[in-house]
Ligand binder design. Structure first.
Ligand SMILES: [Zn+2]
Ligand SMILES: [Zn+2]
Ligand SMILES: [Zn+2]
Ligand SMILES: [Zn+2]
Ligand SMILES: [Zn+2]
Ligand SMILES: [Zn+2]
Length: 502
């Protein structure tokens, strides 16, 4: 145990060039070794060996090696290394070494290689060292050192290269030699069985063990052994929760009300199987009811309303639910009404007065003009129950809406122009529809029906459309592309007016 590192003797503190003896984390100079290590009988093997007199229970190195690994507890032939901290097995020894920084990727690694062709002092982590030589074998899909295949088209591992295809030890089907002695199908079947054998211990009763086993077999038959071996265990937690809570399979309604539709969706294949086997009767109505009511509840609880406004919302919800059960109101529609009511309440809540008043309503409808129909019922409810005097404002299409629409059209047109080099009749048509909307403010449907009825004629540099004796000219895609290249068309300022035909 000699070393070239310059360190201090753990006993006398003298700087030592050569450590003469190590004992666990301590190191001694030659004179301290002579003084402290005496020939004694090892308490374990009874041999005469030099043992440290200042550690009364010390045993010889050979006996030390027979102790279990301090990391994993393994004991036996493989446990042969003595680290600073005690006996360590070969597999665990790597964790007691100091990590080094890789010269290439600068990551710390305990598994590394020294020296490259260019630099003998370089340190390469395993990943960098294998980068150029290793990869996924084209035939057996294992990560190995690769060779070129015989026809030089692909990279394959040495086993696949030299042995080619071999018969599977179990089913005798030919498979790539690199994969191993059994084929992937047999391996996956084994894996599914092994995993299943461990997972069934989650269940307390034979009924649920049998259910899980049946399900994994069904999964293998319907989705393939690969999917089954990887995913079967994913479904066990739901079965376990069902067993813990009910001890038997519950009705779909009970299941949904405890776990929610969204949670059950994660176990879709299990639910599909349960209903296919008639263990469970799924009900679309229950499903819709659960997901809609949960969405409403989530919206209310996440909106952080003040107590008074939240109370109003909850009362409104109760009245809506009453209408759902007695009138012909669908739960989904009720949710949309509720969504609008919560939106309005949030705006009102943020207002200075924190009241559901007219100014809050106007503000809300300005930000969400599409909600006018949905909010009507809430407004009527407030007027009736709280005697407010709210009325729905008429909202004209604001300037900002028009500007937004025009900007969107211009963006689409620029995109088309940038690809105008390929002469595609579909693109020309798209261009014409866009430019009729952009330059003349016509609706999409009018443009399309104009083109469909061919009520246009080709004129110089574009097309002329005719509506009620008015001619609308639009430039052709080619013409516009040429001008945009010469920067003579500025979309923000161009407006073409219809020419009245004489
Ligand atoms: Zn010393
Ligand atoms: Zn011994
Ligand atoms: Zn170990
Ligand atoms: Zn590296
Ligand atoms: Zn096989
Ligand atoms: Zn291979």
């Amino acid at each position: 145990m000699l070393s070239n590192t310059k360190t201090e003797c753990s006993e006398c503190g003298k700087i030592i060039i050569c450590v003469h003896r190590r004992h666990k984390t301590l190191q001694y100079c030659q004179s301290c070794y002579q003084r402290l290590f005496k020939a004694l009988t090892c308490p374990s093997c009874k041999n005469i060996v030099r043992l440290p007199v200042h550690f009364p229970n010390a045993v010889c190195d050979n006996c030390e090696r027979l102790k279990p690994c301090i990391r994993c507890g393994k004991q036996g032939k493989d446990v042969v290394r003595l680290s600073k901290y005690g006996t360590v097995c070969n597999s665990c020894f790597i964790y007691f070494t100091t990590p080094k920084v890789c010269s290439e990727c600068a990551m710390e690694s305990r598994r590394y290689r020294r020296g490259t062709d260019l630099d003998p002092n370089a340190i390469l982590c395993e990943r960098c060292a294998r980068k150029n030589t290793h990869g996924t074998c084209h035939t057996c899909r294992r990560y190995r050192k690769l060779l070129q295949s015989k026809d030089n088209s692909t990279s394959i591992c040495f086993k696949c290269y030299s042995l080619g295809a071999i018969p599977c030890k179990r089913c005798k089907v030919l498979h790539p030699a690199g994969f191993g002695s059994i084929c992937e199908q047999c391996y996956r079947e084994d894996l599914l069985e092994r995993r299943g054998a461990i997972t069934v211990n989650l269940f307390a009763t034979d009924v649920f063990r049998a259910l899980f086993y049946e399900f994994s077999q069904w999964l293998a038959a319907n989705k393939g052994i690969l999917v089954a071996s990887i995913q079967a265990n994913k479904y066990a937690p739901l079965l376990q929760q069902i067993e813990n809570h009910w001890g038997q399979l519950p009705s779909y309604k009970e299941l949904v009300s405890r776990f929610s539709v969204a949670y059950l969706r994660r176990f879709k294949r299990l639910i599909d199987w349960l209903s296919e086997q008639k263990y469970l009767k799924t009900d679309a109505e229950v499903k819709t009811w659960d997901s809609e009511t949960r969405i409403i509840e989530k919206q209310i609880s996440h909106s952080n309303l003040t107590e008074t406004i939240e109370l109003i919302c909850r009362k409104y919800l109760t009245s809506l639910m009453h209408q759902v059960s007695t009138e012909n109101l669908k739960i989904r529609t009720a949710r949309l009404y509720m969504c609008a009511a919560i939106g309005f309440s949030k705006v009102a809540d943020r207002n200075h007065s924190q009241e559901l008043n007219q100014s809050a309503l106007v503000k809300y409808l300005k930000s969400a003009p599409g909600q006018k129909a949905s909010i009507t019922r809430f407004v009527n409810y407030l007027n009736l129950e709280l005697h407010t005097d709210l009325h729905l404002p008429t909202i004209a299409k604001t300037n900002s809406v028009r500007i937004k629409r025009e900007r969107k059209l211009a963006e689409k047109m620029y995109k088309l122009l940038s690809r105008a080099m390929d002469h595609d009749p579909g693109k020309n048509m798209e261009w014409t529809v866009l430019s009729l909307q952009f330059f003349h403010g016509l609706s999409v449907n009018t443009c399309k029906s104009l083109i469909k009825s061919s009520s246009f004629q080709e004129v110089q540099d574009g097309h002329e459309f005719n509506i009620n004796n008015q001619a609308f000219w639009v430039p052709s895609l080619k013409y516009a592309a040429e001008h945009i290249r010469n920067q003579t068309v500025d979309f923000d300022n161009v407006k073409l007016l219809p020419m009245t035909r004489s």
